[in-house]
Ligand binder design. Sequence first.
Ligand code: PLP
Length: 428
Amino acid sequence: MKSKHPETIALHAGWRKDATQNSVVVPIHQTTSYEFDSTEHAANLFSLSDFGNIYTRIMNPTTAVLEERLAALEGGVAGLAMSSGQAAELVAITNICHAGDNFVSSTNLYGGTWNMFQNTLSTFGIEVRYVNPDNPEAFREATDERTRCYFAETLPNPKLEVFPIKEVAEIGRSLGVPLIVDNTAAPIICKPIEHGAAIVVHSTTKYIGGHGTSIGGIIIDGGNFDWEKHGERFPMLTQPDPSYHGAVWTDAVKPLGPIAYIIKARVTQLRDMGTAMSPFNAFMFIQGMETLPLRIRAHCENAEKVAKYLNGHKDVTKVIHPSLMTGEAKRRAKEHLNGGLGALIGFELAGGKEAGSKFIDSLKLLYHVANIGDTRSLAIHPASTTHQQLNPDEQLQAGVTPGYVRLSIGIEHIDDIISDLDQALKSI
Ligand code: PLP
């Protein structure tokens, strides 16, 4: 049964029961390989004239359920699981961006992503062009004939200003450039594909897994970008691919739907880079997904209450959460978020860096960890951790000031979260 409701999709999409054992829960197919029925069957699988399991680096039945479920949740046509969120971003970009090409990215990014774009992709000969998302037109201005995609996060911390997905996706479409959106911080509450994004990536490590047990990522193809129409920009999809005996991806998979991008990512990028998700982790993410719609609601409700509490505290000079925003930032949040405003909060202490460290060291309930999206409430000081490898200018561009503290609000009882924050603030 098809449903449009995330609560149902998260439990049912892509699976009913095991065909031989009737198992209700998705089994963990902890296998590297799959026996071929015959040499003809094997040859057909390798030539893609038949689709089926070959080797777990490229596909796995447990992982396939996660891929289908997350694609359904995001309103995409197909998914491709990865070993981490970083791997999902890397493959999402290198699938269509090669040496000599460039892509345009929002400046408001997770520090690890910034670092990969700035320092690693540049060694591949891929240029990142950073633009300020306050001005969507900057994406158009930075585009030339070698621009292969735009990249942004839906709800980037530390600024927590929702990215103008709709405006930038439209600019991209007018120029033949697809928008890739990292929706890690806003599953369920934002559906970037509905706003025009072509590709969505997630670090499933965060809210999707939700329990802080496993590292993983996913790429979801919206199936809504016309690669053939913009064939001169995407020869890797519309011209014979020498890495797969001359396959033309937009032709090869046409009978299966608009999945040229994601099939190429699977059978060339994943095959060659080997960034596969383990079947066990796929199982953990499937478990996490079952309660994702419920958890996100609880995370967001708690976060709004924490933001309100901090906003009224005498030692806090600034609180960052979409519920407290005004003007264009408020408009963008309203336009793109539905059912919650996210569970990340930033705040600045009057006492600066020293007060920030003291506050973190005084927490008793909140964990001091480099993670977000756990069921538990978490806190960190980005300038000395997640954004440490950026120079001071880059940190400021990303919105990380010395006294900034980031909270990822969990689903404990709100009274206990606020009581812990209160005692830690008193100890400064
Ligand atoms: N994207 C965002 C928004 C993140 O916060 C992170 C990690 O913190 C990543 C991507 C990278 O994900 P992973 O740690 O799973 O590689």
